[in-house]
Design a protein around this ligand. Structure first.
Ligand SMILES: Cc1ncc(COP(=O)(O)O)c(C=O)c1O
Length: 444
């Protein structure tokens, strides 16, 4: 008899995977998920240490979110969102706007990449309407990641995702020498004046041709959870404003509390022109993304149809009502239960645990932590350089009881905000054992 895994491998191409890897380490057969745990068909449960690709901020199976979804399903599940409206989407839009002072309008899409595309396109369009047709270039940060569609990939600087499509990507300027920090205690966090002249030199040649600068505010996730100076973000935002360049904050991963503030741009006390949200927007229940923008930009497009200033960009599931009902409830839960405030305590525990990993393994360095994110890098010897150590740690950790999914040789935790201290200590023990086992194996 053919098993489920055989059938899966016979028909399915999994995301972000070399399918041959599954010959030796099969996909995990999930039969349930609750809180911070994933339940496997063999009866074991494992800790979801990365909130299922950074989206399950409130854990799996949250009862209030389930109720919100069921309530909406009883009414209707999806209706074209051009020319129609409904209570759930309007309520959600009001909440999103009230959480982001200075942003006034919201458009919906289905995922991160498509909302990033939308922001980039709209920035160029807005400049065109103002007669600034030369403003059609983008700037991004080195090590950036903004998604997989071609425009989103163009503003990404992550070699393994970009290199095979280089011929298709737009030329984009990537700012180098980003002032990375380990935590908000790092002096560079509050003052990056020492490196700013170098950044200004890089910015200057593009001040008249840039349409927008796009950033992952404060933490670059796919680059290995790299945290950078809030002062750098503040200076960059002010420079962009001074030169009439839009700032796009891509908060796919950092939004909805992940860095200890509702949105990471708030660390720098700035307001971006565009804000891209997803993942935590529905706490990972359903695919939905949102683009928030200023009224000034909105007014540029608001005109008689014949004038041609129309943003004719659509996605079939824009404003999907099931996702909207859940997202609306996510905002409510986060507000009513002061979830963002609770992340302070979680952050301290995460850091303590990561320090224990360092002490007990002596195999990691560069511990960094902000909000509900903690990360470190494996110390790799010359003999180990050819091994996929992060992948080996992943395999070992799964066997020990945690879905830990390192990025290269970066080990990180990005758990649901609702994870218990017991569960976190368990995750810490598993991480230590997995690292020790992998790193003590002789090179081969
Ligand atoms: C900062 C950032 N932008 C965009 C994306 C792409 O989002 P999606 O995978 O929903 O297309 C991601 C995904 O991880 C991300 O972290």
């Amino acid at each position: 008899m053919t098993g489920l895994i055989d059938e899966d491998l016979a028909y399915i191409w999994h995301p972000c995977a070399q399918m041959k890897d599954y010959e030796t380490f099969k996909p995990l057969h999930i039969v349930g998920a609750k809180g911070s745990y994933l339940h496997l068909d063999d009866g074991h449960r494992i800790i979801d240490a990365i909130s299922s690709w950074w989206c399950k901020s409130l854990g799996h199976g949250h009862p209030q979110l389930k109720q919100a979804l069921l309530r909406q399903i009883e009414r209707f599940e999806h209706v074209i969102f051009a020319n129609t409206t409904n209570k759930s989407v309007v309520s959600l839009a009001k909440q999103l706007i009230s959480l982001n002072e200075g942003l006034h309008k919201v458009l919906f899409a289905s995922d991160g990449s498509s909302v990033v595309e939308m922001a980039l396109k709209m920035s160029v369009h807005a400049h065109r309407i103002q007669g600034n047709c030369q403003r059609n270039h983008f700037m991004s940060l080195s090590n950036a990641y903004h998604g997989e569609t071609l425009l989103a990939l163009s503003v990404s600087n992550t070699d393994i995702f970009c290199r095979d499509y280089e011929a298709l990507l737009l030329p984009v300027h990537f700012l180098k020498h980003i002032p990375y920090v380990h935590s908000t205690e790092d002096p560079m966090w509050a003052d990056c004046s020492a490196i700013w002249p170098d950044i200004l030199r890089q910015l200057a040649p593009y001040q008249d041709t840039l349409s927008a600068i796009i950033v992952e505010p404060i933490v670059q996730g796919a680059a290995g959870m790299r945290i950078y100076s809030q002062d750098f973000l503040k200076r960059l935002a002010h420079w962009a404003k001074k030169h009439g360049i839009y700032l796009i904050a891509d908060e796919m991963m950092t939004g909805f509390g992940r860095t200890g503030t509702w949105f990471a741009y708030k660390h720098a006390d700035i307001t971006p022109d565009f804000l891209c949200l997803g993942k935590g927007l529905t706490a990972g229940w359903l695919p939905m993304s949102a683009l928030l923008l200023t009224d000034t930009i909105y007014q540029l497009f608001y005109d008689d149809y014949q004038r041609g200033h129309n943003f004719l960009h659509s996605h079939t599931h824009s404003g999907n009502v099931l996702a909207a009902a859940v997202a609306d409830e996510v905002c409510r839960i986060m507000r009513d239960q002061s979830i963002v405030k609770s992340i302070e305590g979680l952050s301290a525990t995460l850091l303590k645990c990561m320090r224990r990993v360092e002490e007990e393994t002596s195999c990691v360095m560069n511990i960094r932590c902000i909000g509900a994110i903690a990360a470190c890098d494996l110390i790799v010897t010359k003999e180990q350089a050819h091994r996929r150590l992060g992948y080996e740690v992943y395999q070992k950790a799964v066997k020990l009881g945690a879905l830990l999914r390192p990025i290269g040789n970066t080990i990180y935790w990005l758990p649901p905000f609702t994870i218990s201290t017991d569960c976190l200590n368990q995750l810490c023990d598993i991480t230590i054992k997995a690292i020790k086992d992998v790193m003590s194996q002789p090179g081969y």
